[in-house]
Design a protein around this ligand. Structure first.
Ligand code: OOB
Length: 566
């Protein structure tokens, strides 16, 4: 092969598609990859101020030194149970101390947390276990009246590699993480540790295909992600960060999130309940200075009568991302919460765009920020892959020092999801704003963004197609004031059958899927519209449901008007 020939990067045995050697060398030279592991981020902070409180979970307040000892206790215990560097562990813990400590322990050993969501059920967890070949599953015993230990038991039969169950409370057949943490352990530099270039963890993709893909993030790239974000957001030892979103999402985990706050000696406050009644008093009690929200949650906080009752004076920064934020809502953050708004347009795949703390108010309200790193390469392209004129809309492609080059064990999908020169096709339609920031204008990918939770249309369609009454179907987003988008299922019913929404939902619940994926409206139609190349015309369906909802709302308003006149 002649020098300079471009070849698609080959995945390594551990599922990582490496960056080309010359690119990696540049990332190191520039200092973006610092040769640090995620565990070492914590170690630095421990050395600096061991007695400082690192994590608050309800009544529990754990110092940096104690978090280190407790995480090392878990790490040692897991090693005694045979867990090794490179092993995968599906982690499905809610926002509790055990989530932070187990994650740190796994990062110390070099075992890979697979970051599942508490809302996931057998369908998703089973898939994650199979795809990752996980040897362990960690979950709560019961959470929101769901028995996670029983689920793990059900899934065992189809997950031959799974041999270890971890729980944060005593449970039959499970290793008790709290017991391992309580034993503790001192740091021992001779314990085997991962290398900075190793995969640190596997995040879940929003996913546009049948089932979620896994995103390998290396220590080098994730340390950069957390540290550079912390610096950009002004995090320091006085930062008190509230984890309001599910901690396994990239946003609260490392943007700057938990890892960013811990890296600079700040404090992490956990809550399992982000509703105003729980979160707002917690901000007052713990003097929270920063948090990350999705627009739907921000709206609940703004609309809550409790907002005026709690003293939110400590709050300096409210990050909002994960879905489109309306400019009118954005403007209310300073007025009604007394904090600086930061819009974050990010993705678990890597690229993070942040508005800067000193951007002018209208830029804070109207744009979704600009890239974190000078090494981020962004291209906005038309459907033929040609770069559009400045200010024009197009699909965003990106590569850079913390953006993946390939999904985990997904060669076929990778061939489509990346350009031959290594850019990730985000599926987001964006344009440059005059300020130099990006505006997210829409989406070219087929998913439903329900308040920041991404639902793959194909995944839900495949499930619906399993129903005996369904001939064919299409899932599309319908607009919603509260959560932005909800799922509407268009279904063509087989001759002689009937179907209504409760029956469809009951059928899907039996498939044991996360409930945020359930369709919230069913439209039974005689046929689905097709494009001129014969594919289902989803745009037409989205337009139809939007018009229908508008008509219904107008009808309601007219009805309410008539009612009032009577
Ligand atoms: C975050 O990560 P994911 O992986 O759950 O979802 C990424 C997708 C983006 O491709 C985009 O479609 C959408 O979510 N998105 C936004 C947005 N932020 C993300 N759409 C409009 N406006 C925004 N501000 O959602 C995520 C990861 C890290 C930080 C923040 C969000």
């Amino acid at each position: 092969m002649s020098a300079g020939t471009r070849v698609a990067a080959q995945p390594r045995g551990d599922g990582l598609t490496p960056w080309p050697a010359d690119v990696a060398a540049r990332y190191r030279r520039e200092g973006w990859w610092s040769g640090t592991t995620c565990w070492e981020l914590l170690e630095d902070a421990v050395r600096h101020a061991p007695e400082r409180i690192a994590v608050v979970d309800g009544p529990r307040r754990i110092s940096y030194a104690a978090v280190e000892q407790r995480a090392l206790g878990i790490a040692g215990g897991l090693r005694d149970h045979g867990l090794e560097r490179g092993d995968r562990v599906v982690v499905q813990l809610p926002n509790r101390l055990a989530f932070v400590e187990l994650t740190l322990a796994l990062l110390r050993i070099g075992a890979l947390p697979v970051m599942a969501l508490p809302a996931h059920r057998d369908h998703e967890i089973g898939h994650l276990l199979a795809l990752s070949g996980a040897v362990a599953y960690a979950g709560p015993r019961r959470h929101r009246s769901f028995d996670h230990v029983a689920m793990a038991g059900r899934l065992r039969a189809d997950a031959p590699a799974l041999r270890l169950l971890l729980c944060d409370e005593p449970a039959d057949g499970a290793v008790d993480l709290e017991a391992l943490a309580a034993v503790g352990r001192a740091a021992d530099a001779s314990d085997p540790a991962p290398a900075p270039g190793d995969v640190a963890l596997l995040l879940l993709s929003g996913g546009t295909t049948g089932l979620p893909k896994l995103i390998p993030r290396t220590h080098d790239d994730y340390v950069y992600n957390a540290r550079a974000s912390a610096e950009l957001c002004g995090f320091d030892a006085s930062t008190v960060y509230l984890v309001a979103l599910p901690a396994s999402h990239n946003f609260p985990l490392a943007c700057p999130g938990i890892l960013g706050a811990l890296a600079v000696g700040g404090r992490v406050v956990l809550t399992e309940d982000a509703a105003p009644a729980a979160a707002l008093p917690l901000i007052e009690r713990e003097h929270v200075t920063a948090t990350a929200l999705v627009p739907a949650l921000l709206l609940r906080w703004l609309e809550s009568p409790l907002r005026e009752r709690a003293d939110l004076g400590s709050l300096r920064l409210v990050q909002v991302g994960g879905a489109r934020l309306a400019a009118e809502v954005a403007r209310r953050v300073r007025l009604q919460l007394g904090a600086t708004l930061q819009q974050v347009f990010g993705m678990a795949e890597g690229l993070l765009n942040y508005t800067r703390l000193d951007d002018p108010e209208e830029v804070l309200a109207e744009t979704q920020g600009r890239p974190l790193c000078p090494g981020d390469e962004l291209r906005i392209v038309d459907p033929d892959g040609r770069t559009v004129a400045d200010g024009e809309e197009g699909e965003l492609h990106v590569r850079g020092p913390y953006t993946l080059r390939g999904y985990y064990r997904a060669a076929e999908h990778n061939a489509r999801a990346f350009t031959p020169d290594g850019y990730y096709r985000t599926g987001d339609v964006v344009r440059w704003h005059a300020s130099g920031n990006l505006v997210v204008a829409g989406r070219a990918k087929d998913l439903i963004n329900r308040g920041g939770e991404k639902i793959s249309a194909e995944e839900i369609e495949n499930l619906i197609l399993g129903h005996a009454a369904v001939e064919t179907c299409a899932a599309v987003a319908m607009p919603d004031e509260e959560v932005g988008e909800r799922t509407c299922a268009y279904v063509v019913v087989r001759d002689g059958h009937t179907l209504d929404l409760p029956a469809l939902v009951a059928f899907l619940r039996e498939r044991r899927i996360a409930s945020f994926k359930l369709p919230e409206r069913l439209e039974v139609v005689r046929e689905l519209p097709l494009t001129n190349v014969g594919k289902v015309d989803k745009q037409a369906l989205r337009t139809a449901i939007r018009a229908r909802l508008a008509r219904e709302r107008a009808g309601d308003d007219a009805g309410a008007g008539a009612e009032a006149a009577r």
